[in-house]
Design a protein around this ligand. Structure first.
Ligand code: NDP
Ligand code: 8X3
Length: 251
């Protein structure tokens, strides 16, 4: 039987590219995001490869998360693979001038949202003693860079939660692992800089960044390992990037 994967943040970037590669490899998909028009487009595009069900909710909305995931029809209700991908950076400001709204958006989305979605799905994995959770962290989960303060804190939390989930779910045979990308050219920087496309483009100027498909390929590799193999913690950067602060823009 085809495995069912639920992807949060499937409407753009890494989540969308993951939906495409998993659909082409016959995984059944539950695709989540806030933008219904994009969910509809994706459903139309991928239905020729596999069965798709879409759920529209904001991961910060506790009630909506449980209501939507609880409403899955029988054909999609057994989630074999949860890909906790939804998230964004909002702003890039020193701690003393950072915006409270930006902080709330990152803490509520990147940490609490990931927790709500996980809590809605983990019980069925425990019941079956089987399941795979992939948490999308970041190099910002491993290092802190100037003005990255709260975003980095949320991704450090994802790293901690990834480890905590792996420990707590170990006795139930559930696989838990994180993928930590470096710089990936997606809508990420447009959102961080609130629609300032020039600022966003400058982030990736002068070197070859990763693209969403690079991470999606890795996610496909991770989920297609034999069940006794769990890729627990994987950091991936563009070749031009050595760490959060060192990027060779001269090649
Ligand atoms: P995008 O902005 O392209 O995609 C973000 C996705 O998350 C969208 O599908 C968006 O959907 C969804 N999302 C954001 N906030 C919410 C919310 N509150 N509720 C529901 N869905 C939400 O960025 P990326 O693809 O780059 O980012 C995906 C993940 O990868 C994030 O967790 C990010 O932190 C991480 N990451 C990105 C890196 C990069 O350089 N791009 C590097 C390292 C990690 P919608 O707006 O429709 O709700
Ligand atoms: C995104 C990585 O360094 O562009 O998680 O903020 S970075």
């Amino acid at each position: 039987m085809n495995k069912i994967a639920l992807i949060t943040g499937a409407t753009s970037g890494i989540g969308k590219a993951t939906a495409v590669i998993l659909a082409k490899n016959n995984y059944k998909l539950v695709l989540c995001g806030r933008r219904q028009d994009r969910l509809d487009e994706l459903e139309q595009e991928l239905s020729e490869f596999t069965s798709i069900h879409t759920l529209q909710f904001d991961v910060r909305d506790k009630e909506a998360v449980f209501e939507q995931i609880g409403s899955l029809p029988d054909a999609f209700s057994t989630i074999d693979i949860l890909i906790n991908n939804a998230g964004n950076a909002h702003g890039l400001d020193p701690i003393q001038t950072g915006s409270l709204d930006d902080w709330d958006a990152m803490i509520d989305g990147n940490i609490k949202g990931l927790l709500y979605v996980s809590k809605a799905i983990i019980p069925q994995m425990i019941e079956r003693k089987s399941g795979h959770i992939i948490n999308i962290g970041s190099t910002a989960a491993k290092e802190v860079y100037p003005n990255g303060n709260v975003y980095c804190a949320t991704k450090h939390a994802v790293d901690a939660l990834n480890q905590g989930m792996r420990i707590d779910l170990n006795s139930f045979g559930i696989r838990v692992g994180a993928i930590h990308p470096g710089m990936v050219s997606t809508e990420f920087s447009n959102i961080r800089f609130k629609g300032d496309d020039e600022k966003a483009q400058n982030v990736y100027k002068g070197f070859q960044p990763l693209v969403a498909e690079d991470i999606a390929d890795i996610i496909h590799f991770v989920v297609s390992r034999p069940y006794h193999v769990n890729i627990a913690d994987l950091v991936v950067m563009p070749t031009a990037q050595a760490n959060s602060g060192i990027v060779n823009r001269s090649l």
